[in-house]
Unconditional design. Structure first.
Length: 654
């Protein structure tokens, strides 16, 4: 499959989110970039809502639940905005030019798209990483059970477990792409990744930057280019883990932060989005973001701290009077209580917060100051622009500048704590909601840094263009119109910015991720022989029969790739007594022994043996699945290299 053939699949993925979301955005009376940027995030909420409601009313997962939720939401919001005019976005006196948004978005999409093509190498490639065993199989689970509810997805690994929550929006979206297009699961995953990284993320970042610093053209284009300039997002989350759900939730996070800034009202809105419409946008975005991954919700809560502080200082500086001060103090207390309660709700269990520090505080601070978090090479241009932006923001001495600096400082402090804090209690309290996991917080750094770096770039552009105009005005020999000169200069500086931000940091991130997506004979998860075996499994094994095998060797992915049921669809399973007995003693069991009885009760009739190579070079072995070539309980049916398919013939099963 070529990337040209991937394009319509990615387009469909974008439409699944964009069309319902755009209908909602228009019913909210949003205009301009707010309508475009909000569409995908609102579409994610429509999808998440439909995934929860569909099984509750007996509907199967597919386009119909999304259509019904979209119509209901559009009608409800339309009535609200008709009855309450204050919820509409105000018209601004002058419409800003659209070309900077278009240029910035196209450049970001092209650059990030090129990066992802280099990473994946093929639309059919997949991440050979620990968490992808779950994600690949979970998409198949959604297709088989016809439910994408976050309250049912966990049943794949815990069939008898209590009803719980697992973020499922990414899985539901990917399953829809497979369902509608008929493409393979890896291709659908890559389509979702391209849409999230190339479209949703840069548009959201441009909106956030404009929300803080205004609608300047150079600022907008710079924000788009810089959206592709940091190795820790989107590339890191498509490499490490792999954290697909968090990747999708972080893609819409810039929009949520922008809406929060407008809701709090730290400084006047230049785009007409005031508090009431901002509240509706935020209320419409948060549910989808949370069902995609609660980590983004925690991140939004964290970023609210500098926004609220700046707004509060601004109000107190205006001397609101005793009554106004008391009201504001009450709101701040309520905000603090809400934050504490929310953190307790979304905080993971203590036994899952186990990641250690990885460097010294000095190293971590240095990485924050040089735009090289998570041990990346120094991003010289991005770091320089960031420093220029910080200096210029300080010189402005206004709420917008302090808000941008506050967001960056918060992201930096969180990174230093998670990566290097010697006080474990501080890490547990502050960064525990992110599992004390460094990559999850490193991925927030670009969001908080891009507005400042783009502002720095726009200030440099202002100085350079002014000097060029001044020089031309005193030089009568200059040829060409002022507009042509400005366009040429802008194009040259934009090209320079693009080239200078795609250096060693991006190159190293791409190369590292490319190794995770590469398929070879020494691959951790699946080799070419094992993939070929899955094709044979589809022909040999009936659809209603169950396959045993170690998920650590990739055998459990027969569910995702061959569509056949497996005993263990993930590395971390709730192991029943029968499964434990089977794994411990099947190979040498005699008829009448417990392992044979467990085999019959599990209804397993086939076993895939993918050798000894395991994910992450682990050494998890099951005695009942070793030395099957010497077992009287199986017969070899097919083999490709070291990948073997056995039929169970002993234990009274065959």
């Amino acid at each position: 499959m070529s990337y040209v053939e991937l394009a319509p699949v990615a387009l469909l993925c974008a439409l699944i989110l964009f069309l319902p979301g755009l209908a909602l955005a228009l019913s909210l009376r949003l205009r301009g970039l707010w309508a475009v940027a909000t569409a995908s995030a609102l579409g994610l909420t429509v999808l998440a809502t439909a995934s929860i409601l569909a099984p509750a009313v007996g509907m199967t997962w597919g386009p119909m639940p999304i259509l019904i939720v979209t119509v209901a939401a559009v009608l409800g919001v339309g009535i609200l905005t008709w009855l309450v005019p204050a919820t509409r976005q105000r018209r601004v006196a002058a419409r800003p030019a659209w070309w900077p948004v278009g240029v910035g978005a196209l450049l970001a999409a092209a650059i990030i798209g090129f990066q992802l093509v280099r990473v994946t190498g093929s639309p059919e490639a997949f991440s050979q990483s620990y968490d992808n065993v779950f994600h690949l199989n979970a998409v198949r689970w959604v297709l088989d059970t016809q439910s994408a509810s976050p309250f049912s997805l966990g049943r794949m690994t815990s069939p008898e477990g209590a009803l719980g929550f697992y973020p499922s929006a990414w899985h539901g979206l990917t399953a829809l792409v497979v369902q509608i297009t008929g493409t393979s699961i890896p291709v659908a995953i890559n389509a979702v990744s391209f849409v999230g990284a190339c479209v949703i993320w840069p548009i959201g970042v441009m909106l956030l930057t404009r929300t803080i610093f205004g609608r300047n053209g150079a600022l907008t284009v710079a924000a788009g280019v810089l959206a592709a300039a940091f190795p820790t997002y989107p590339l890191l989350l498509l490499n490490y883990g792999v954290l697909y759900p968090m990747f999708l939730s972080y893609a819409v996070l810039p929009l949520a932060v922008a809406a929060l800034i407008r809701l709090v009202g730290a400084f006047p809105a230049s785009d007409g989005l005031t508090r009431w419409p901002a509240l509706l946008v935020l209320g419409g975005v948060v549910p989808g973001m949370a069902v995609a991954h609660p980590g983004a919700l925690v991140s939004l809560l964290a970023f609210s701290l500098p926004i609220v502080v700046v707004a509060s200082v601004r109000v107190f500086a205006a001397k609101p009077g005793r009554r106004g001060s008391a009201i504001l103090a009450g709101w701040l207390v309520a905000y603090a209580v809400f934050g504490v309660v929310a953190l307790q709700i979304v905080r993971p269990p203590a036994d899952q917060i186990y990641w250690p520090i990885a460097e010294s505080p000095g190293q971590a601070i240095g990485e924050v100051l040089t735009a090289s978090v998570y041990f990346m090479p120094v991003a010289f241009v991005a770091a320089a622009l960031m420093i220029v932006g910080i200096v210029c923001a300080i010189r402005r001495r206004d709420a917008a500048g302090w808000t941008a600096i506050g967001l960056w400082a918060l992201a930096g402090v969180l990174y230093v704590i998670v990566a290097a804090s010697p006080w474990e209690l501080v890490r547990l309290l502050v960064t525990g909601p992110w599992y004390n996991n460094i990559p999850r917080l490193a991925a927030l750094y670009p969001l908080a840094t891009i507005p400042l770096a783009a502002f720095g770039a726009s200030q440099i552009w202002r100085v350079v263009s002014k000097r060029m105009v001044d020089r031309r005005s005193v030089s009568r020999s200059s040829a060409g119109s002022p507009r042509l000169l400005a366009v040429g200069l802008a194009a040259a500086l934009t090209a320079l910015l693009v080239a200078s931000t795609q250096g060693a940091a991006i190159r190293d991130a791409v190369n590292e991720a490319r190794g995770v997506y590469a398929i070879g004979d020494d691959s951790w998860m699946l080799t070419p022989d094992e993939l070929a075996m899955f094709e044979r499994v589809q022909r040999i094994v009936p659809e209603d029969e169950v396959i045993g095998g170690s998920p650590w060797t990739g055998a459990g992915l027969a569910y995702a790739f061959a569509g056949r049921h497996v005993l263990m669809p993930h590395l971390l399973m709730d192991v029943s007594p029968d499964l434990e007995t089977f794994l411990d003693g099947f190979a040498t069991a005699e008829p009448g022994e417990p392992a044979c009885a467990a085999t019959r009760r599990l209804d397993v009739e086939w076993i895939l043996d993918f050798g000894d190579q395991q994910i992450n070079n682990s050494e998890n072995t099951y005695p009942g699945l070793k030395d099957l070539e010497d077992s009287a309980n199986v017969e070899l049916v097919d083999e490709v290299g070291e990948a073997r398919l056995y039929r169970i013939v002993g234990c009274g099963v065959g």
